[in-house]
Write a protein that binds this ligand. Structure first.
Ligand SMILES: [Zn+2]
Length: 86
């Protein structure tokens, strides 16, 4: 099944992308990697690649893809993309 990466916008097989769901707290909405594919709700898909994460952040793609308004916390996603390739 093909999904679009919200970072680079290319289509890729679902199994090569990480599903991300929005989990609300009282102050922010935390972008949470759904590594087991079991979290409910609307999902966005992202390559586990620091470049795609950076693109998604810059474009504010998370809020749009997951229909979230207000502050968004993407810190958890650093763990799934691994170290940035500098
Ligand atoms: Zn990508």
């Amino acid at each position: 099944m093909l999904r679009t990466c919200i970072g680079c916008r290319s289509r890729a097989d679902k199994t090569t992308l990480v599903r991300i769901v929005a989990v609300r707290t009282s102050t922010t909405t935390v972008m949470t990697p759904d590594e087991r594919g079991s979290l409910p709700g609307r999902g966005a898909h992202l390559h586990p690649d620091p470049r795609c994460l950076e693109l998604a952040r810059r474009r504010r793609a998370f809020g749009r893809a997951l229909r979230v308004e207000g502050p968004i916390d993407t810190d958890l996603l650093d763990a799934i993309v691994g170290p940035a390739a500098h």
